[in-house]
Design a protein around this ligand. Structure first.
Ligand code: FMN
Length: 198
């Protein structure tokens, strides 16, 4: 985990990044968002899925009867951080006009939580997707559907999307960076109980 929240009782925002590229566009944009949130007093934590061992769900029919997921990897602790966060950012590059493989594999592993009625605690969710040219809407829709299935409360996710291809491209896309900053500011306002734009 690249950045870890402090142990105070500050509101915590966890960002889960589904790109294998540590210095890629998605990771850069998440840093931009977390910087905005941290500057507004929120504790932030960035989780690069590529730094963790997350095995694919094996689809055990008896999942709901198991006391714990039998797969022995890092998914449990990462899910715990994600499900316990006050605010959540899910960020993925577009792969074949959809969520990246690492993000999808991770999302599938939350199935145990679903069967055991463990729901996302986040009262505010931000979604980030980056593509070379196509599939942004489909990808955001996939993330939205996950959030809807994993939440009890009616959370209406915010989103920021845009185009970037090679590593470093996102930093040069001023419109995309501005959209991510605006989304993070709106999340901070919501989490701090302020009106947007405050
Ligand atoms: C396996 C793979 C599939 C991709 N599929 C798409 C696609 O369907 N549409 C698109 O516009 N870009 C596609 N891309 C390009 C990435 O979305 C783009 O390079 C993005 O900026 C990568 O983000 P990252 O730097 O955070 O990894 C694909 C890239 C890879 C590696």
């Amino acid at each position: 985990m690249a950045r870890v929240a402090d142990s105070s009782d500050r509101t915590v925002v966890v960002a889960v990044v589904g790109s294998p590229r540590a210095a890629g566009n998605t990771s850069y944009l998440v840093d931009v968002a977390l910087d905005e949130l941290a500057r507004r007093g929120l504790a932030v934590e960035k989780i690069m899925l590529s730094e963790h061992r997350v095995l694919p769900c094996e689809g055990h029919d008896e999942c709901e009867d198991l006391a714990a997921c039998p797969l022995d990897d890092d998914a449990g602790p990462v899910l715990e951080r994600m499900y316990g966060a006050d605010g959540l950012i899910l960020a993925t590059p577009v792969y074949y006009e959809n969520i990246s493989g690492p993000m999808k594999v991770f999302i599938d592993r939350s199935c145990f939580n679903n069967y055991h009625e463990i729901w996302l605690r986040a009262r505010c969710v931000g979604l980030i997707a980056v593509a070379e040219s196509t599939g942004l809407d489909e990808t955001i829709d996939g993330l939205r559907r996950f959030v809807a299935l994993a939440s009890r409360a009616k959370v209406k996710p915010l989103s920021a999307t845009g185009l970037a291809y090679r590593e470093g491209d996102a930093a040069g896309n001023a419109t995309l960076v501005a959209a991510v900053r605006a989304m993070a500011r709106a999340m901070a306002a919501e989490l701090r109980g302020e009106s947007a734009g405050a």
